[in-house]
Design a protein around this ligand. Structure first.
Ligand code: ADP
Ligand code: MG
Length: 478
């Protein structure tokens, strides 16, 4: 089949991006397929094009409502109206309506939580499912950085639906995550396509600081002298608010973003950032997935994330348009203790696990048992899942293993922050790639670059011009 013609006709693109054609052909050949392509490379096309050409329903499991809506809208824009999305917020009468009209749906977006509900599994597995797409498939792995327990149960659906073709998509998966994806989705004979994670237009830097004050000073200077659009990633809501206030006080067009804010506020801030009204977002890692802004010039981390995979994903939001951009990690050696604390307390401990299980045995519902035991909803789902699927190994033992692995992941991140070798090569190495070929500019270890590609900060529209920037720095530093 002349796939280029179909590509042109249906999407208006002249050629495939690297990796896309192999993936599309593999799916059309009826092979289960895992595609690991960097963010922004066009993973959506990898299911939309074959989906168009296949006979039957295409189900796309997607972790975020905003991602689903985004993609559903983009399919509609190209004239395909047979699109629907189901998530937990959908009123039940609308859901019933959708069930009644499922025959008219071609692309169905669904959250993993909805998908694995028994009534939904029963209903959807009775349809003719041509292709099951698992987007952001790293969420299936505890070793991934965005673990979602409900992804683990997709295997049940696949068996009940009579083994449709499966396409798993993700931007970052090291060997272990890859193994989990293939294992949990029961893709024993799959084609795996992997594109290099190297992003030649990203300059990586680690900026050491003696403490928080010095971090604040560096960030303030950076944001008052160089321009965005940029994201400042921060590890707690409290710090998000503090830093935002500090920077707003210096006249920077920045707003805060975290999961504790009203949905309406978050939406508005996103819009203002997309339209350029805001130059910066100061956010926890709740910000980013599903945000399509190609011209982000800087991503700055106030503190290291818990793994190199998370760092690659977050830093990778800079420079999707291919223009030179910067990814800076601020580092105080103390940071690792803070991150370690968060990572290690992520999973329920032995006492909490026992407490939770005892309460459930006494007939308590999962949600209130979790609350009494002082564990998160995710923690409770994990106990439930490994209780059923642990293969006889005690849940606490499994958690000990998981904690050990999280520590390993954190150690990689510390190696990145504190090390003395090429940052780019190190990131590639973590994902099993060869060291980067020489590249200029590369990173702050390979050469301390003045980041000349960053434009100087401009006053907000309608605002009066600031003092010259040398003057502003002088004022800041004194
Ligand atoms: P990903 O899921 O990999 O992050 P998306 O599927 O959201 O990426 O695609 C990112 C952008 O790339 C979209 O705007 C899409 O229209 C565009 N795109 C995808 N494939 C091509 C192509 N072959 N040629 C040009 N643009 C493309
Ligand atoms: Mg995507």
């Amino acid at each position: 089949m002349r796939l280029e013609q179909e590509l042109k006709k249906r999407f208006g693109f002249d050629s495939f991006r690297p990796g896309q054609e192999d993936v599309v052909r593999s799916v059309l050949d009826g092979k289960d397929t895992l595609a690991i392509l960097p963010t922004g490379m066009g993973k959506s096309l990898c299911y939309q094009l074959p989906g168009d050409l296949m006979d039957g329903l295409v189900i796309i499991v997607s972790p975020l409502v905003s991602l689903m809506e985004d993609q559903a809208a983009s399919i509609r824009r190209r004239g395909e109206k047979r699109v629907a999305a189901v998530n937990a917020f959908m009123p039940s009468d609308e859901r019933r309506q959708l069930f009644a009209e499922i025959g008219t749906v071609k692309f169905l977006f669904i959250s993993p939580e909805m998908m694995t509900r028994p009534d939904m599994t029963r209903f959807l597995s009775s349809q003719h499912v041509a292709l099951l797409v698992v987007d952001e498939a790293h969420c299936i792995s505890q070793w991934g950085f965005d673990f979602r327990p409900d992804y683990l149960r997709l295997g049940d659906f696949i068996r009940k639906a009579g083994n449709p073709v499966i396409l798993a998509l993700t931007a970052t998966a090291d060997g272990r995550v890859e193994k989990d994806i293939l294992g949990y989705l029961e893709m024993s004979d799959a084609n795996v396509f992997r594109q290099s994670l190297n992003r030649p237009n990203l300059y990586y830097a680690v900026q050491r600081a003696a403490g928080e004050q010095e971090k604040n000073r560096w960030i303030t200077e950076r944001l008052t002298t160089t321009s965005g659009p940029g994201i400042l990633y921060v590890s707690s809501r409290k710090r998000v608010e503090e830093l935002t206030a500090l920077l707003q006080g210096h006249g920077i067009r920045i707003a805060s973003y975290h999961a504790g804010k009203e949905a309406g506020d978050r939406q508005m801030i996103q819009q203002q950032f997309l339209s350029g009204e805001l130059a910066w977002i100061c956010a926890t890692n709740a910000f980013g997935m599903g945000i399509h802004k190609d011209d982000i010039r800087q991503v700055i981390h106030d503190q290291m994330p818990a793994s190199a995979a998370a760092y690659v994903q977050e830093a990778g939001r800079a420079g999707r348009d291919g223009k030179q951009s910067s990814a800076v990690l601020l580092y105080v050696p103390d940071d690792e203790q803070k991150v370690r604390f968060i990572v290690q307390h992520d999973l329920p401990d032995e006492a909490q696990t026992a407490h939770y299980l005892a309460m459930k045995k006494n007939g308590e519902a999962a949600a209130s048992a979790a609350e009494f035991a002082g564990i998160s909803e995710t923690g409770a789902r994990l106990i439930d899942y490994y209780g059923e699927h642990g293969g006889g190994t005690a849940v606490t033992e499994i958690f000990t293993g998981l904690r050990f692995d999280k520590e390993e992941k954190l150690r990689q991140m510390i190696g990145y922050a504190a090390g003395q070798t090429c940052l780019r090569s190190k990131l590639l190495h973590y994902f099993g790639e060869e060291p980067a070929r020489e590249q200029i500019p590369c990173c702050s270890v390979c050469g301390d670059m003045a980041e000349t590609w960053l434009e100087s900060a401009l006053p907000a529209p309608g605002e009066r011009a600031f003092l010259p920037y040398e003057e502003r720095i002088r004022l800041l530093l004194c």
